[in-house]
Design a protein around this ligand. Sequence first.
Ligand code: C5P
Length: 299
Amino acid sequence: MRVLAPAKLNLFLRVGRPREDGFHPLLSWMCTVALFDSLSLTPGRAGQIDLSCDRPDLPADFRNLAVRAALAVGGELAPPREGSGRAGLRIGLAKRIPAGAGLGGGSSDAARMLEATNAFWQAGLSRSKLAELAAGLGSDVPFFLHRPSAICRGRGELVAAVGRPRPEAALLILPGRHMPTPAVYRRFDEMRLGRDLEAESEPDFAEWTRLDAGRLLPRLVNDLEAPAFDIDPQLGVLRADAEQSLGRSVRMSGSGSSLFTLYDRMEAAAEAAGELGRRVSAEVMAVQLAPQVEDDLPD
Ligand code: C5P
């Protein structure tokens, strides 16, 4: 079985003051983009889950969220009948989504592995059970069970699907720098940027799904930009350069380091990506927003 795991963008991200458990309350509109990791599943040695990844710098053991997702589903399987042995699995992971980039690559791999192992082992777990396992794996994992477009609340695990944004394409700017998420949230707290989300009225996201790029972009915010640019001022400079070159607002996704902007048409995004790519020292690409995922696991 071969499955694809798409990256995400936080189109909108508001962050509250830290809770007692240290996590921050969020309000985020998240949407997938057509940049995919690829996962293959084949039967493995009984009782073993092995991962091979084309990126040797990433952990291939239980520290990898894809392995943890398979273990979580494996833990829900009925005990093996005598002589039948526990199910084994070999996972092949081809990484295309950069790590530490705010694009949710590890979380997307994990969510897709929950769905894929549920089918591969015929585990029969319900959507709500998968959502519970997802929340245990990380704050961004539950979103990927509700892709391509959803509003996320709580620490990220309370997910409500919303229509896809009207713009067709995103231009991604990938600076190749790793931003450590906990450090960005710590700096956010030091800068005392936490908002009282409960007291603020929420945007009408359903209405926003009807806006073209020109009207949507000025409404988008990311409260983690200030702490991320404080940690890495070069990233703030890159954002300013990109905004000037493109003549439109550029946002950061999640805790960085990826930056993005939106276009109504793919052709315009591709043309702008080509031009910007020659001017800045970062990888620039145009990708479809909210793509269909075509792989061996039907939606
Ligand atoms: O849930 P996850 O393991 O992805 O979170 C990584 C880190 O990001 C947490 O350890 C925490 O420092 C920070 N975080 C947070 N509030 C959230 C989500 C993540 O403080 N809602």
